[in-house]
Ligand binder design. Sequence first.
Ligand SMILES: [Zn+2]
Length: 330
Amino acid sequence: MNMKKNLRNVLAHLAANALILTGRVKQATQKALDTECILSLYFHKPAKDEFEFTIRWFRKKGFKFISPHDLEKIINGEIPFPKGAVLLSVDDGWQTNLTNVVEVAISNEVPVTIFVSTTPAEEGAYWWSYVTQAKRQGLTSFSKQELKKIPEEERVNILQEIKQMIYPGRDAMTVEQVKMAARSPYITIGSHTQTHPILINCPEMQVYEELKGSRQKLESWTGKEVAYFAYPNGDYSRREIKVLKTLNYRLAFSSQPKYLTPALLSESFTIPRFGFLEGASHAENICRMTGVWQPMMQKLAHKKTAQPKKDKNWFNDLFFGEDRIQKLDM
Ligand SMILES: [Zn+2]
């Protein structure tokens, strides 16, 4: 797995440098700075230097950072749509976020939103951490990718069995740490459900409970209103949007890789975000942050699909494996 991941990162690094050398990144950067455009980004558990690099890079180019609160004002027409703005968010609420994200955001005075799943904060670990560890020890044959695709009831049953056998150790922030992070004016805490299920696999009642319960807990922990949400694994349907609206959430973030422009302002429940890929090269992440990476890769994949299957596999594995890599931690 690691060798494959390394090879992927090396090839991606070369592709990214080609995109930089041909001027595409410069072009996209200039366009974002000159037109009404927000680069909306999401991370999971970046290393400290990755997060610092991102902030430094955007600052040097002349971008300004906005919070989801600012975004709401833009949507409501209270402030004009900005040129060259960046909105940073982080999914799940990993324990390393404290030093690598929260501290960096505060010392750089940059607003960051952390979308927290409440059950891992209470219990210690995300469900896929149990699964990965169990699989490594030969205690289950299921992978987390497989469990993302089955009905919720089955997933919960399998997980229940695994939970009786192992505990992978804490990798999520504690409740105390979530409270601490929320005290900073630079940190916004948003909801990311309670247990981080794949919502589209869940019965409607559970969707309702997940969205309501996580909001209530986060509000009682932080003493602040929680009105923003990010879809686990980026998965949603019209039903999830409906439930979010019923519960008075005001913004929801997807993982669709698009520029946030005035044309998308009416879609407050499917706000796009470009994904930062932790562990990839700076060059690749610059391409990702400026919105150059995903459209280019999609185009290449599209071309490849016209060719024989034999050819297609290595390419999809390496580059579209990226989405799998990216979604490893969801
Ligand atoms: Zn997540």
